[in-house]
Design a protein around this ligand. Structure first.
Ligand code: GLN
Length: 381
């Protein structure tokens, strides 16, 4: 028998795949994995078809189509007053996860410590470990999941290589405030600590709040990889397209990995996205679109026994369930799928230590009728 040691011994199939599979097996309404159950704008698929018929079917440049990189440069300049050179500081990626993987691969060496904020999106910790890095979690608490920066400071050591931010935050729906970014500026000043800022929900932020991008703070920008997602912006998660922006000294290393990982991202989608986003109202319309869904979903959920946590951004609504049961979040989501026909994500999946969160995450990027049907079922609890 051939055997080989696992590079990720404690890791199984990720929670999104596991929950979506279980939902399918039990024909449950899937509010677990974050993806829309409605289609994207037909104009966008039309543009992809046109690109394919127009012969854009070979490799795109390794860093991405120049017209798309120029469009990204204009966007971040306009929205965040941040200047990035499309030639050397912007790379189109096969989605946010690949951008995060590549950023970590390009700078994490054995023994490097990376500070993450838990609950943390599921790919951070395993990717850090894959390259010999050590995860230093700062644990945030419900309901507001705020950060005490004096405590974060205590996690800093001579080996701190990077700090990973995520705002709007998946899974909690919280957003960083100006004060958080100012604290981070103070903490990282005169250090070589890098930042990886996962901003894939940048255009999904509510109640008129502006998105505070790391790219708009020069002291942070100079040390940061910022990751964005076209899947979230365009309701096309299956196209696996996003991008990473970073100062050239970081982007140079990023591309060394990117070129041997995906090499380049599918061409027709890039052609179509570059055309489609000439209409900049796409960015501004998204928050309002999801705010309606958030409000409606929250109003409906308020009639159940779940208790709502705040949702300031992202398309996720978290709830606690003390009035329903004392069971673990994993036990409850399993029962919800099997007995009530609704799938959710248990927040314990986003912690490195084995702790129960007693919190569930629902995705509301769904048709109104899907949400209504799901809540009808949740009312029975
Ligand atoms: N980002 C999505 C979520 O949080 C899942 C993406 C994935 O399945 N890897 O649900």
């Amino acid at each position: 028998m051939i055997s080989t040691p696992s590079k990720l011994p404690g890791t199984g199939t990720n929670i999104f795949s596991a929950m979506s599979l279980l939902a399918e097996q039990h024909q449950a309404i899937n509010l677990s994995q974050g993806f829309p159950d409605y289609d994207c704008d037909p104009k966008l698929t039309e543009l992809v078809n046109e690109a394919m018929k127009g012969g854009f079917n070979q490799y795109a440049p390794m860093a991405g189509l120049l017209s798309l990189r120029e469009l990204i440069a204009n966007k971040v300049q306009h929205l965040y007053q941040a200047s990035y050179n499309p030639e050397t500081e912007i790379t189109v990626t096969a989605g946010g996860t690949q951008a995060i993987f590549t950023a970590l691969a390009s700078c994490i060496n054995p023994g490097d410590e990376v500070i993450i904020f838990e609950p943390a999106y599921d790919c951070y910790a395993p990717t850090i470990k894959m390259f010999g890095g050590l995860v230093k979690p700062y644990v945030m608490h419900a309901p507001n999941y705020t950060i005490d920066w004096d405590m974060v400071k205590k996690l800093f050591s001579a080996n701190t290589k990077m700090i990973i931010l995520n705002s709007p935050h998946n899974p909690t729906g919280c957003v960083l405030a100006e004060k958080d970014l100012q604290e981070l500026i103070k903490l990282t000043k005169n250090t070589d600590v890098l930042i990886l800022s996962d901003e894939v929900y940048e255009h999904v932020i509510y109640d008129g709040q502006p998105h505070l991008s790391v790219s708009s703070y020069p002291e942070l920008k100079e040390r940061a990889f910022v990751v964005a997602s076209f899947g979230k912006l365009l309701h096309t998660t299956g196209w696996k397209t996003g991008y990473c922006i970073a100062p050239s000294f970081l982007m140079k290393e990023f591309r060394k990995i990117h070129q041997y990982n995906v090499f380049s991202v599918n061409t027709p989608m890039q052609v179509a996205i570059a055309k489609y986003l000439e209409d900049t109202s796409v960015y501004t319309a998204l928050s309002l679109f999801f705010q309606e869904k958030r409000d409606s979903f929250r109003n409906m959920l308020a009639q159940t026994k779940f208790e709502l946590l705040p949702c300031k951004g992202s398309y996720f609504q978290c709830v606690t369930y003390k009035k329903i049961s004392q069971e673990s979040d994993v036990a409850l989501v399993t029962r919800l799928i099997k007995e009530f026909g609704v799938a959710a994500i248990p927040l314990s999946a986003f912690y490195s230590r084995n702790t129960d969160s007693y919190v569930l995450r629902f995705c509301f990027a769904k048709k109104q009728e899907t949400l209504e049907k799901a809540v009808e079922r949740l009312m029975k609890l």
